[in-house]
Design a binder for this molecule. Structure first.
Ligand code: KG4
Ligand code: ZN
Length: 336
């Protein structure tokens, strides 16, 4: 059988990325141009700057992805691209680029949902993983518990009511003086701190056991810092970070395990930027071992935004017959 090669493009937030993926699971190249250093100056992603950087970098990134994979554009079977959700201006750059390439090279165009991409990241290093399984998607913009019924077939069984998990990490990191991007920094300093030092709340949403709420724990951290300041007391950065991280991971583990049991699934995966958090990974690993559930997680490079995961998702969509027309547009609030 002939190999299927996907050229994938991702530009939904602050990484300009392109990848070539073979037969859905083999990553031939994974090129990422990160804008993190640029946005760090402003303490977060500035949408217009992101769009402008994408337009500047995207051709070089695609060229690098094709040359690293040693594949000519003519040999590509389809162009996959993230068309939502994300920052509209950022998405438009990738979508316009993908449409132009698909048109000029006469290739089919396959639009991909960003979250479907994050979930699909698990297929890259776990060749044996197949649906159905439960997946917790935790990123800067999303906190979703998703039942993956089949390739490209999802049921959202829980989500955050306010902040995304990564958003909470970023806001708390800023408050305790760690700067942007907060997740990896909290992860690092927490290793020096005591997760039991401060009792931050574990929020549950009434009558919605699989939903999340992180604005309360974020406020609790801010209140704690204010309280210390008013008393003229000092606080320990590593202890605050570790205690906050523990409060967030406890709720993620509890709700996810509740859902796995309730839905009778034997496989559980995590995805998205926060899935690279070391405390979350080890807590989930232990919780799954106790329940004899197979636990899957991508390497950190496939957790944060990348185009390889989009290529994997695009492959399964392509096989199902998904094709997008020349009217494909960016959809900032695209539903899964
Ligand atoms: O998936 P991603 O790259 O972009 C979105 O789709 O949002 O996720 C970025 C988020 C940021 O909020 C970042 O702080 C968080 O993932 N993150 C982490 C870690 N690495 C990245 N959060 C906690 N621990 C980490 N090690
Ligand atoms: Zn993402």
């Amino acid at each position: 059988i002939k190999d299927v090669l996907i050229l994938a493009i991702e530009s939904s937030c602050d990484e300009t990325a392109a990848s070539v993926v073979k037969n859905g699971r083999e990553v031939l190249s994974n090129v990422i141009s990160s804008q993190i250093a640029l946005h760090t100056l402003y303490g977060g992603v500035v949408p217009e700057i992101a769009s402008r950087k994408h337009i500047e970098k995207i051709n070089q990134v695609i060229q690098a992805a094709l040359s690293e994979a040693n594949v000519a554009l003519g040999d590509i079977d389809a162009i996959g691209v993230t068309y939502g959700p994300g920052l509209v201006g950022a998405l438009l750059v990738g979508v316009a680029e993908a449409k132009a390439i698909a048109y000029a090279a006469k290739k089919p165009l396959v639009g991909v949902h960003h979250i479907e991409g994050h979930i699909a990241a698990n297929f890259i290093e776990h060749k044996e993983l197949e649906p159905p399984f439960l997946c917790l998607v935790v990123s800067g913009g999303h906190t979703h518990l998703v039942c993956v019924k089949d390739y490209g077939e999802f049921e959202i069984i829980g989500k955050t009511r306010d902040d995304a998990a990564g958003e909470a990490f970023d806001k708390v990191a800023r408050a305790i003086g760690l700067g942007y991007p907060g997740g990896p920094k909290i992860d690092k300093v927490s290793k020096e701190g005591n997760p039991q030092a401060i009792a931050f709340p574990r929020a549950h949403v009434e009558d919605a056991p699989y939903d999340f709420s992180f604005s309360g724990v974020k406020s609790a951290v801010l209140n704690y810092l204010n309280g210390c300041q008013m008393k003229g007391a000092t606080w320990n950065q590593a202890d605050v970070a570790a205690s906050f991280q523990k409060a967030v991971t406890d709720v993620l583990v509890e709700n996810a395990m509740h859902a796995v049991e309730e839905y009778g699934l034997k496989k559980f995966a995590i995805a998205g930027g926060v899935a690279s958090n070391s405390a979350l990974r080890s807590a989930m690993k232990q919780a799954c071992e106790e329940r004899e559930i197979d636990f899957y997680y991508p390497s950190p490079i496939f957790c944060t935004d990348n185009a390889a995961m989009i290529g994997v998702a695009a492959y399964y969509e392509y096989k199902k017959g998904t094709r997008h027309g020349w009217d494909l547009n960016a959809v900032p609030n695209l539903k899964l």
